[in-house]
Design a protein. Structure first.
Length: 129
């Protein structure tokens, strides 16, 4: 038996066991966390190797220009080797304008303190603002 779904939305089986449901939720959440980084890295590659502009990528992906530009600029700013896996893309975006040493210090502090961004920029949290 299926759960009735709005038009255009996939039907969900009622027989999904709770453990299977939780496992899928965790997989989807993990994929969601990786998406900005993967899109950003792919956009940087497209720009550098193929000459693709953000406007072209916007038309292809169906995502906003500002969103794609943000993903690409943060991905370009933080090489894979200096990204903090325990922190979100948003943590990195908050300190992307800082110089490399300051950004690294702020991200290290955020990781140690397990600071959650909740509408307040990381820089402001660290500076006590």
């Amino acid at each position: 038996m299926d759960v009735a779904a709005p038009r255009g939305v996939r039907r969900l089986p009622l027989s999904t066991a709770p453990a299977a449901w939780r496992a899928k939720l965790l997989r989807l959440a993990e994929r969601e966390k990786r998406t900005p980084w993967e899109l950003g890295d792919h956009l940087v590659l497209g720009e550098r190797v193929h000459g693709v502009t953000y406007r072209q990528a916007t038309r292809l992906a169906g995502l906003g220009y500002g969103t794609l530009r943000n993903y690409a600029s943060v991905a370009a700013r933080f090489d894979v080797s200096v990204r903090y896996d325990a922190l979100t893309f948003r943590h990195h975006a908050e300190v992307a304008a800082c110089d490399a040493d300051a950004a690294d210090d702020l991200l290290a502090l955020a990781q140690l303190a397990a600071i959650a961004i909740q509408g307040k920029p990381l820089k402001n949290i660290v500076n006590g603002v």
